[in-house]
Design a protein. Sequence first.
Lengths: 338, 338
Amino acid sequence: MTQFRDLDALRTACLDLPAGSDSAASAVLARQAILTKPAGSLGRLEDLAVWLARWQGRPMPRLDRVDVLVFAGNHGVTGQGVSPYPASVTAQMVANFARGGAAINQIAGVAGAVLRVIPLELERPTEDFTAVPAMDQAAFLHAVSVGFEAVPAGSDLLCLGEMGIGNTTAAAAMAAGLFGGGGQRWAGRGTGIDDAGLARKAGVIDAALERHAGCFGDPLLIAMALGGRELAAILGATLAARLSGIPVMLDGFVCTASAAPLARLRPDALDHAMLAHLSAEAGHRALAEALGLRPLLDFGMRLGEGSAATLVVPLLRAAVACHAGMATFAEAAVDNRA
Amino acid sequence: MTQFRDLDALRTACLDLPAGSDSAASAVLARQAILTKPAGSLGRLEDLAVWLARWQGRPMPRLDRVDVLVFAGNHGVTGQGVSPYPASVTAQMVANFARGGAAINQIAGVAGAVLRVIPLELERPTEDFTAVPAMDQAAFLHAVSVGFEAVPAGSDLLCLGEMGIGNTTAAAAMAAGLFGGGGQRWAGRGTGIDDAGLARKAGVIDAALERHAGCFGDPLLIAMALGGRELAAILGATLAARLSGIPVMLDGFVCTASAAPLARLRPDALDHAMLAHLSAEAGHRALAEALGLRPLLDFGMRLGEGSAATLVVPLLRAAVACHAGMATFAEAAVDNRA
């Protein structure tokens, strides 16, 4: 039972996207002009208020309910030695999330966000995509649907993240398939592989690219052949959020690569998404630039788990609080500029 | 009644500074190595935990009490037409702070910080420093002392900010006196002056530099001749925090320039201070680089009020929460790397 009958149904949904609300965005701009501060002096905080209003469709943006969805999956390509950690760590970290012991648990607490972790058939890794597609159509559509259906209807902001040993290899392969270039351009150290491992990882990606070059004309086939279940779920969640009027905060390299096929299908498909952070993972800068996403932070993080997407939530809360709570020049009887 | 009898007493205090705690910093590094994440993958969040521990002198850093001090002052140099806003706005904004209508009120609320605004003789602007020193020795030492004494003993983090029409001119003049270069290098648009005003502002700074070149060998005389009461108070507060084991978060251009004389007296004097943000004010990048301060954010803000210093507090809370709350590999039974 999946949300999308076949790839064409998913493709149709990806192409038929609602626009944001110009009137909500205009209302925010008009109010910003009369709040007690020099024009534009809150910089990106002002942009964030406009962006939230546009995609929430509300002239006064709010962050009453912030959700973090972390999808987890396992990858057949780990058999090729692309990670210094064993694949068993994915399930162990999911258990750590459940007990509250991971970084994302602490960061979600500070952010006042609701964290939900969704493991996707961890006992059934995707296929090794150097040999065959990572997923068949049914598995791919199922994972997309899990992500699509996981988005809470009443959310004011959706932060997306992932966990999956081996998934920076999948993300790099997807980035290469979508934007060109080979393993050397897109492979990074992931959880911390050494030089020999990095060269091996680049070679694995090149092998996968050669195997699946025939599908490079179709971004969804790229996600199916080179991605993974948690990456597909992020694609589904990003799409669902757009259809439901929920702004999305993207995390790092894997999360960005997961959503990227949407932008290849329709250039404005990620306008409702913001990038939290420029990851230390090698390929992220090029990927963010290819997508026109300007990160909010550059903290040298490379953890995933939605850690950066959730870390920036209080910055958005400050943007919303300033917009809603500041006095106007007239209310405060402050002289405006001469 | 001031904390410092004369300039020499202040200078002596500025030169006799305690070091941070190496053992607290080492304890944080040791724990970070066993928490359930790839080594170093929390990037700057890990650095922040080490920095807080070092300067709090605690192996487990905390942010139970965060204080924001905003100092306000008026400037005789506003008579030269260096700001698009009238000097009356300083007192009006102080009233706005008191009623909770300014940006800093909203941001402090999100940060869970205690905000205190301290106006410094707003009815007595400093002298026009194109003609005479901004302050005499008594006025300067009094302002430094107000800042010094305002630092709450039990604080875990001190965020500093300012409000004062005309004070980007004072800050630019101080930066020029401390680091060389003229008005054109250091003058920015402040609250939003036009091209003609910017040229006038640079000229005013150059006139002040010519008038006070004789004192450029002494950072404290520079602060007295070219600064302002709120800038002097920030210097005093930054010094007091160092002596009390309280890390300091600096805000934007004016705040950074205010603390800069300390670093000219002793190169490691700002090691307990972090820079929150790279301001859009023109001279801030050069000033931050001259001081070796690497900003946490680059949000294009240029408001002052401690807005950026307070905005980043939740990022530090996340760093502290991750450090204290994450499970170790052993506790979580997660396999560490092979």
